[in-house]
Ligand binder design. Structure first.
Ligand code: FAD
Ligand code: UDP
Length: 439
């Protein structure tokens, strides 16, 4: 009996070996490691009972091999890119999707959670959802209701709060009296530095607001955030901040500005709740890639990490978040206060202003820019000419990679907002839809 049990155990191993072999994984290594051991063991199983066991073991092994799950899609990353694609592929194409993430939660950088005091916080910096696309709102509205928010922020400079982004109210604060849009336009026209085609973030701002306002609001904030001058960054970085001649003092200009009513994480939970989707957290692609059988890979992590930085590491900026809780209803007069010239942090965010939570306590988050190094989170790709050139080399390799789709902020090395990533993932779904890629 003992002998039989031992034989069965060994044959099970043979089966598993066959299974491993048939996965088309790193078979050479399997053979080197296993074959000699198994052959030695099999020689000891020449009795009729042993042969019966051998047969059973083979059948079991083959059964295991055939029965083991082959996912239609292995999706690396449970952020917007990964979750949208999993949801679409599962619900619209009936595809089985395994979503893995190395973090212990879903939602990627948009993840939110309640702190110990019951305050809802965005775990990786403030995430203000906004979009001009009805299609994207309609899509996400399947998984959440919304709380409309006008994101209002202030800038702290020269010892006082300023309305920000620059608008007619800011201009009035600047000149110390009431004014009209026409007056503001005349003043701005005299301050603007004429540049026809601004090539970088410094040029884009001085051509819009002149040197003095640029230096007060943008120059040092940008240096702190990116550890490089605005002149070394693409025009789009500072160019995304609006400048207005009216009294619209919202930070953002898109027509739809709102937060998921119950938070981002709750929305992601619904997106991923489909029976054809399985989520495995604390699972790094680098470890999982050989074990998980799949027909097609969707990769939303950093593109240089995927290719093991073969052309050199792409530059990123990282952040450190420092939380503090106060036994008072609010800490500061607005959702966000920017500190362009003071302190080492760039901004303090008090999300309670936007979520509308009614609590006697409040939690603020100070955001400190940090250099990126292995072990830290790569939060921001750096929009600059030389990093784009390096990215293009990776992109060319990605284009030649059959069986893998690269999508999302880090995989495409773009300073994308959430709605842009949702749009990108929906477009990618249209490309993948209708065909289960078998390469
Ligand atoms: P991510 O959300 O980064 O998700 C990628 C996931 O892949 C991560 O969870 C990561 O853990 C996982 N992953 C990576 N590599 C591996 C691996 N090897 N194995 C397993 N898992 C892996 N957008 C806005 O619209 N409004 C805002 O106000 C806003 N504020 C922001 C503030 C900050 C501080 C930051 C950093 C970003 C902000 N964004 C904002 C941008 C927004 O976070 C992104 O557009 C969006 O989260 C991108 O989604 P994604 O799925 O591409 O990437
Ligand atoms: N910026 C600045 N001063 C500010 C706010 C923004 O100079 O008070 C610049 C800075 O370079 C920043 C960029 O504009 O990185 C984009 O700002 P945004 O608030 O959109 O940054 P994010 O929320 O993506 O970090």
């Amino acid at each position: 009996m003992v002998r039989e049990a031992r034989g069965f155990f060994l044959l099970g191993e043979v089966g598993l070996w066959l299974d491993k072999f048939s996965r088309g994984g790193d078979w050479r290594r399997c053979v080197q490691l296993d074959v000699s051991v198994h052959l030695r063991r099999l020689r000891g199983l020449r009795s009729p009972a042993g042969l019966r066991m051998l047969g059973k073991g083979m059948v079991l092994g083959l059964f295991h091999s055939v029965g083991a799950m082959t996912w239609d899609y292995l999706i690396v990353g449970a952020g917007f890119a990964g979750a949208v694609l999993a949801e679409r592929l599962a619900s619209q194409s009936g595809a089985s999707c395994l979503v893995i993430d190395r973090r212990d939660h879903i939602g990627g950088n948009a993840h939110d959670a309640y702190d110990a005091h019951g305050v809802l916080l965005h775990s990786y910096g403030p995430h203000y959802f906004r979009t001009n696309s009805d299609r994207i709102v309609d899509y996400l509205s399947q998984f959440t209701e919304w709380r409309r928010v006008d994101y209002k922020i202030l800038s702290w400079a020269r010892g006082r709060f300023w309305q920000f982004p620059i608008n007619l109210n800011t201009y009035e604060q600047w000149i110390g009296r009431e004014a009209t849009s026409e007056e503001m336009e005349l003043a701005m026209a005299s301050w603007r530095v004429p540049i026809d085609h601004p090539k970088n973030s410094e040029e884009v701002m001085i051509s819009q607001v002149g040197v003095e306002l640029y230096e007060m609001f943008f120059k040092n904030y940008t240096r702190k955030q990116w550890r490089r001058d605005a002149s070394e960054l693409d025009a789009s970085v500072c160019g995304r901040i609006p400048v207005r001649l009216n009294r619209d003092d919202r930070y953002l200009s898109e027509k739809f500005q709102a937060l998921p009513k119950d938070g981002y994480t709750a929305m992601f939970r619904k997106m991923l709740a489909h029976r054809k989707i399985e989520v495995r957290l604390k699972t790094d692609y680098r470890q999982a890639r050989e074990e998980i059988r799949h027909r097609h890979l969707i990769y939303t992590g950093a593109i240089d990490a995927y290719f093991e930085e073969c052309y050199g590491a792409l530059p990123y900026r990282s952040l450190r978040f420092e939380r503090e809780t106060f036994e008072q209803e609010f800490f500061q007069p607005a959702l966000q206060v920017n500190y362009p010239n003071d302190h080492e942090f760039t901004r303090i965010v008090e999300l309670k202003h936007a979520t509308g939570q009614r609590l006697p306590v409040t939690t603020i988050v100070r955001e400190y820019p940090e250099d990126f190094s292995p072990g830290r989170e790569a939060y921001y790709p750096i929009p600059a000419p030389e990093s784009r050139a390096l990215y293009e080399r990776y992109a060319a390799r990605a284009a030649a990679e059959t069986g893998t789709t690269f999508v999302g902020r880090l995989a495409s090395y773009r300073y994308y907002n959430m709605d842009q990533v949702v749009g990108m993932a929906l477009a990618e779904f249209s490309r993948l839809a209708g065909r289960l890629v078998l390469d």
